[in-house]
Design a protein around this ligand. Structure first.
Ligand SMILES: *Cc1c(COP(=O)(O)O)cnc(C)c1O
Length: 382
């Protein structure tokens, strides 16, 4: 059994993917090209924004937006304490200071009261300028944008949606990657929309920011590649990856999103009442990058993971460490708010195999093994 079965997906889409790759080889345009334009157009339309600008990966996508906004030294960027390292890394990369904010125990996403408190504390201290909030659509579930956008406009702060795991989700019928002033996603193979290597994209309705990012991602080009008007980066999406993504995007929309939501319901039927299962609040749709359960404590979580491994069921811990405990952020002396929920989640979360090609028999097996392992542990303890 695989945690995320990319092989099964390839088997399913083989004819379409092979011919799409063959088309690129036949045309022999490997950077840029029609496939990249097609993808950007299709994704912008689906998400419902004016511009989709593809780039080399989801980390660059975040950095390109911060660069286009001129974020740097003296700026405070508010990010969840419970996320993948890249969300905070890009903040340090442009010279700004990440401010870690606690998350919600049910949704794993930014806790809005913690966010507002952090903004007020930073303002009160008067050392940093509150500049950007980067909410993350963790595990596929959009963050609470209705509240985040209200807080942001009250304090005149920009919002950058990190939709690396969120592509395909929605909130009140508005699609993920359309929230805030700009949004990003990642096409890393294991993400809801993944390619066969690295890739990413920026989404925005802002014409000026879009134009700036088009320049920044190609060495700060002016009228052409050899006219360089600013310091940029080299961050493009390959033609081959775009060709693969065009096929995978169609599959995602046609059936994969429905399928992962079916897997979610089937898991939850078997596991609710046994462990804490994911909570999808009313009005939200998740693209289920992960199906993440919570156990009562670290020893139960570690025990369950070990026993499942012995029985051939792969699981993952996303994430083992909160951001504020990463050594790379040692230079940030302390967060202005408590980060208890993020720290607790790092001890109790466990992500189960989740992908559109998971079979009912697999779900049955995983469900009954979890129940069996936890029951035996309880009996031994009692
Ligand atoms: C994967 C991920 C990124 C980075 O994307 P890459 O394409 O791997 O650079 C950023 N933020 C989050 C939340 C992610 O999960």
């Amino acid at each position: 059994m695989k945690f995320r079965d990319l092989q099964a997906q390839y088997d399913h889409l083989k004819d379409r993917i092979d011919s799409s790759i063959q088309n690129v080889l036949n045309g022999s345009v490997f950077i840029g090209g029609r496939q990249v334009q097609e993808l950007e157009k299709a994704l912008a339309e689906y998400v419902g924004v004016k511009h989709c600008i593809s780039c080399a990966n989801g980390t660059d996508a975040l950095q390109l937006v911060l660069m286009a906004w001129g974020i740097g030294e003296g700026d405070a960027v508010f990010i969840p304490d419970f996320t993948f390292f890249a969300t905070g890394e890009v903040v340090g990369q442009v010279g700004a200071t990440p401010v870690f904010v606690d998350v919600d125990i049910d949704t794993f996403n930014l806790d809005c009261s913690s966010l507002e408190l952090a903004i007020l504390k930073i303002k009160e201290e008067g050392k940093l300028n509150p500049a950007v909030i980067i909410p993350v659509d963790l595990f596929g579930l959009p963050a609470n944008y209705s509240e985040i956008e209200t807080i942001a406009s009250k304090h005149d702060i920009k919002v950058l949606e990190d939709g690396a795991q969120g592509f395909g989700g929605s909130l009140n019928s508005k699609r993920a990657c359309s929230f805030g002033d700009a949004a990003t996603t990642s096409f890393f193979p294991a993400k809801p929309l993944g390619c066969y290597g690295d890739g990413g994209a920026v989404f925005t309705n802002d014409d000026c920011v879009a134009e700036l990012i088009e320049s920044l991602k190609v060495h700060g080009k002016g009228t052409h590649k050899y006219d360089n008007v600013r310091i940029g980066m080299n961050s493009r999406l390959d033609t081959m990856q775009a060709a693969i993504l065009n096929v995978k995007f169609a599959a995602l929309v046609e059936y994969e999103l429905d399928r992962v939501n079916w897997v979610y319901r089937e898991y939850t039927k078997r596991l609710s009442g046994i462990v804490k299962t994911p909570i999808i609040p009313e009005g939200y749709h998740s693209s289920f990058a992960q199906y993440t359960i919570q156990l009562t404590d670290r020893s139960t979580r570690d025990y369950l993971q070990k026993k499942l491994r012995e029985r051939g069921i792969p699981t993952m811990v996303y994430y083992e460490k909160p951001m504020h405990e990463q050594r790379a952020f040692e230079w940030i002396l302390r967060s202005p708010v408590g980060l208890e929920v993020a720290s607790r989640l790092c001890e109790t979360v466990l992500s189960l195999p989740m992908h559109p090609y998971l079979r009912e028999a697999d779900i049955d097996y995983i469900g009954s093994e979890i129940i069996d392992i936890l029951n035996r542990r309880k009996e031994n303890a009692g």
